[in-house]
Design a protein around this ligand. Structure first.
Ligand code: PLP
Length: 431
């Protein structure tokens, strides 16, 4: 099928609510490491990695090889039958996750992973209420939409017992303060919300170490310890949603939350864990996991092919020291983005960690008025120039860069050249 036919059939046969990028959506055909090709054979440098998902590159043979072998051996079992691939993966996860996160539950998506985490915290603590952060994105199921703190992603969601606190958004501080003289006052909002809007005993708090869909909002280094201590004071479990930040992307550590030196009671992951193959992970400390009341089942949870893929991904990250690569190449990417900021005043903020970096775009750096139209135009122009990047943020004015974790500095140089060209064309047309 050619591009027009695919897009026509998409309109005719797929739910129209399904979000696609670009005025004329882009059907993709094949990928190879950091590159991806559309159905017309045009090549793109992929600096979004299928929404922070293809962490070790498209069709990486070190992942697809073991998967192909597994598919011919045992393709599916369900959680009713233990299998070697799932327990080997769970054992590896227990070794690399922070603190005492030791027991895993596998599902098929980040939404299910977060649903499971909330159920687990509620059963463990005996409490109902959950605290989430504004600008969070937690998934597309009914409960995870209610946890989400961006109204456009919350359509038709209603859940009781979920409250939202201010997020640590330094560039647009909800309290109008400036870091570090603010003393991270936003963290105190967690306590204020618990005291004002819950019964006073909570099941837990769920937070992304760096808010992904929210626009790579990166809290100050004190934030999560303060948050964790408040959550504990009110009887809750701390849940780190590492769906975007997990597996080394933030540099040096396996998980984002480790940069804040917090040991969560529950951690969730998905996306890049199996390099794009559907998987959801909820991992908890033994006492928290043991409190989950059964019986329960996940038909696709622990699928052998997916578990083999996930184990291969983790082994590859370890063998190639991709956590260091994310720190080193990520720092270089940050430098080059700061260079762009010097050149283009539309770039109000550069933020993120490791190979998870974002540009927040504003009409005027003084007023910080969001520039969503320019952001959309930049996304389109980048595509024309052969570069795929992501978009996000509460105000639709953030460009997100999350390339595969095994890119080199030369890939950053190529992305920089394409971004420079993109900004030059689009900003010239703004005036
Ligand atoms: N949590 C975070 C931080 C996410 O970014 C996402 C998806 O973007 C989810 C949860 C939901 O994951 P999924 O789309 O696999 O259900």
């Amino acid at each position: 099928m050619d591009r027009q036919e695919i897009n026509r059939k998409q309109k005719q046969f797929i739910f129209p609510a399904v979000a696609t990028y670009f005025r004329d959506p882009l059907p993709l055909e094949r990928g190879e490491m950091q590159y991806i090709w559309d159905v017309e054979g045009k090549r793109y440098l992929d600096f979004f990695g299928g929404i922070v998902t293809v962490g070790v590159g498209h069709a990486n043979p070190r992942v697809t090889g073991p998967m192909k072998a597994q598919i011919d051996k045992l393709q599916h079992t369900s959680t009713l039958y233990p299998n070697e691939t799932a327990v080997a993966l769970a054992e590896k996860i227990a070794q690399i996750t922070p603190g005492r996160l030791e027991k895993s539950f596998f599902t098929s998506s980040g939404s299910e992973a977060n649903e499971t985490a909330i159920d687990t915290a509620r059963q463990h603590t005996g409490n109902l209420e959950i605290l989430a952060l504004r600008h969070a994105y937690s998934g597309r199921s009914s409960m995870t939409r209610a946890l989400t703190g961006i109204s456009s992603w919350r359509k038709v969601s209603y859940q009781i017992g979920i409250v939202h606190a201010m997020n640590p958004y330094c560039y647009r501080c909800p309290l109008g303060k400036t870091y570090p003289s603010c003393d991270v006052a936003c963290a105190q909002d967690i306590e204020a919300v618990i005291q004002s809007s819950t019964s006073g005993s909570i099941a837990g708090m769920i937070a992304e170490p760096i808010q992904g869909v929210g626009g790579f909002i990166t809290p100050p280094k004190e934030y999560f310890k303060l948050a964790f201590n408040i959550v504990k004071q009110y009887g809750g479990d701390f849940i780190a949603d590492e769906v975007q930040t997990g597996w080394g992307r933030t540099g040096k550590t396996w998980f984002g939350i480790e940069h804040w030196e917090v040991e969560p009671d529950i951690l969730t992951a998905a996306k890049s864990l199996a390099n794009g193959h559907p998987i959801g992970l909820t991992v908890a400390t033994p006492e928290v996991a043991d409190a989950y009341k059964g019986p329960t089942i996940a038909t696709f949870g622990g699928n052998p092919v997916t578990c083999v893929a996930a184990k291969a991904v983790i082994d590859l990250i370890e063998e190639d020291d991709l956590r260091t690569n994310c720190a080193v190449v990520g720092a270089y990417l940050r430098e080059r983005l700061l260079e762009l900021q010097q050149k283009y005043p539309i770039i109000g903020d550069v933020r993120g960690m490791g190979l998870m970096q974002a540009l927040e775009l504003v009409k005027d750096p003084k007023t910080k008025e969001p520039a969503p139209e320019a952001t959309a135009a930049l996304l389109e122009a980048a595509r024309e120039n052969g570069l795929l990047i992501g978009k996000g943020g509460m105000y639709n004015n953030v460009l997100r860069l999350s390339p595969p974790m095994n890119i080199a500095k030369s890939d950053v140089d190529e992305a920089f050249r394409l971004l420079d060209k993109t900004f030059a064309t689009v900003t010239a047309n703004l005036h």
